[in-house]
Design a protein around this ligand. Structure first.
Ligand code: S3P
Length: 446
């Protein structure tokens, strides 16, 4: 499966999901592993890297800028970095596909190197706002020529030495935070990011692990992250935990399909990522954590999820940053809950791989679910555990999470849910359909 070859998929109801599964490596940590290893001096080894198209775009970009990035036969990835300050000018445009994380974090890296790079992307990525990184990186001295509205394709020229800045995030975005910190890695002196609302902290944890001088303090204005530039990163052995954002589809699927009982091994449980577990538990989901441990500096556990009747909730808006990618899956859970779930304060969903508020409102209402759309979220009236009507079309809008969420919805629908294109699933979860067949007993010979 490749995101560029359309893959229409109709999903009809299936029986319980049962058994054990693993999910691919965390996407955020996988991108960062390749980038930070690509800036270290010496050889890093990465186990459990997500081999989805988004992460492969990061690997290709790091190669194009001088790092050696190889996959060995045992499945581990080996990276020989160029050293902070050592990125080479890429000879051709950096093709980012669907990946906002690759684009924004790499823009940060390039901003403090004296090189020029052009970024291109697919139709989805080319609609996404880059102004949020262009603004702070311009203050650090980088120059940009972008398409109208601060969009791709864009060309940037970094500046070395760049100007370290103090920057308060105007949006709760780990990508913007990371872009500024990564630019700060090669700027002389201290670069500071103040985040009024905490977002995923993988960059902070991993940069510290790679030997950067980075501190985090709480202040009345929020978390203050300071990084000392002209850093020397030391190569690392990294084990990437399973992606909680990928696990979320199975948490919801097992919760809504009667008789389900699944155990998802090795799921990353960084507290900046676990809002979906909190929200599902508030709805009554049965999610047990087994063998909590630390892998590669991140908390992980196996999660056992059994079917349970769900009740509607008011989703606390302050959970948004820690479950920003999980709203589409949560909306599906709400479609099967008893009562009207209201999720607001999630306006960032409008600028993801698709406008996820509009895309999920259309997808669910086409399949018989009563929806009210707000600028910043949705209200969803659930079926109280009964099947939803289904039988409707879904436009996935080049968005992997819309496609996977609506596959999950189809598991509990009376008539097949028809997804126009499930190919974008390859960007983050290439083995999704194989796991679906395993869990629903479709992989065995008839
Ligand atoms: C990510 C941050 C989030 C998230 C994205 C991955 C990251 O984006 O939606 O999938 O790895 O830093 P924003 O920073 O735009 O919220």
């Amino acid at each position: 499966m490749s995101a560029s070859t359309p893959f229409p998929f109709a999903i009809d109801a299936r029986g319980p999901l049962r058994g054990a599964l693993t999910v691919p490596g965390d996407k955020s940590i996988s991108h960062r592993s390749l980038m930070f290893a690509g800036l270290a001096v010496g050889e890093s080894r990465i186990e459990g890297l997500l081999e989805g198209e988004d992460v492969l775009a990061t690997a290709a970009a790091m190669r194009a800028m001088g790092a050696t990035v190889e996959r060995h036969d045992d499945g581990a990835w080996h990276v020989w970095g160029v050293g902070v300050g050592g990125l080479l000018q890429p000879e051709t445009a950096l093709e980012m596909g669907n990946s906002g994380t690759s684009t924004r974090l790499l823009m940060g890296l390039i901003a403090s190197h004296g090189i020029t790079a052009t970024f291109t992307g697919d139709a989805s990525l080319s609609k996404r706002p880059m102004g949020r990184v262009i603004d702070p990186l311009s203050r650090m001295g980088a120059e940009f020529t972008s398409s109208p509205g601060g969009r791709l394709p864009l060309t940037m020229r970094g500046l070395n030495p760049a100007v370290p800045i103090d920057y308060t995030l105007p949006v709760a975005s780990a990508q913007v935070k990371s872009a500024v910190l990564l630019a700060g890695l090669n700027a002389p002196g201290i670069t500071r990011v103040i985040e009024p609302i905490a977002t995923r902290d993988h960059s902070e944890r991993m940069l510290t692990g790679f030997g950067a001088e980075l501190s985090v303090e709480d202040s009345p204005q929020g978390r203050v992250i300071s990084i000392r530039g002209e850093a020397e990163l030391k190569p690392q052995q990294i084990t990437v935990p399973g992606d909680p954002s990928s696990a979320a589809f199975w948490m919801v699927a097992a919760s809504i399909v009667p008789g389900s009982d699944v155990t998802i091994a090795n799921v990353g449980l960084n507290p900046t990522r676990t809002g979906i577990i909190t929200a599902l538990r508030m709805m009554g989901a049965d999610i047990a954590e087994i063998d909590r441990r630390v892998v590669g500096g991140e908390p992980v556990a196996d999660l056992r999820v059994r079917h349970a009747p769900l009740s509607a909730i008011q989703v606390p808006a302050d959970l948004a940053p820690s479950m920003i990618d999980e709203y589409p899956a949560l909306f599906v859970a709400a479609a099967f809950a008893d009562g009207r779930t209201i999720a607001r304060g999630a306006d960032e969903l409008r600028v993801k791989e698709s406008d996820r508020i509009a895309a999920m409102a259309a997808a669910l209402s086409n399949n018989g679910v009563a929806i009210e759309e707000f600028e910043d979220g949705l209200a969803i009236t659930g079926s109280a555990g009964k099947p939803i009507a289904g039988g409707g079309a879904v436009a996935s809008k080049l968005d992997h999470r819309i496609a996977m969420s609506m596959v999950v919805a189809g598991l509990g629908a009376r008539a097949p849910v028809r997804i126009d294109d499930a190919a974008p699933v390859a960007t983050s979860y290439p083995s999704f359909f194989t796991t679906l067949d395993q869990l629903t007993g479709r992989d065995e010979p008839a």
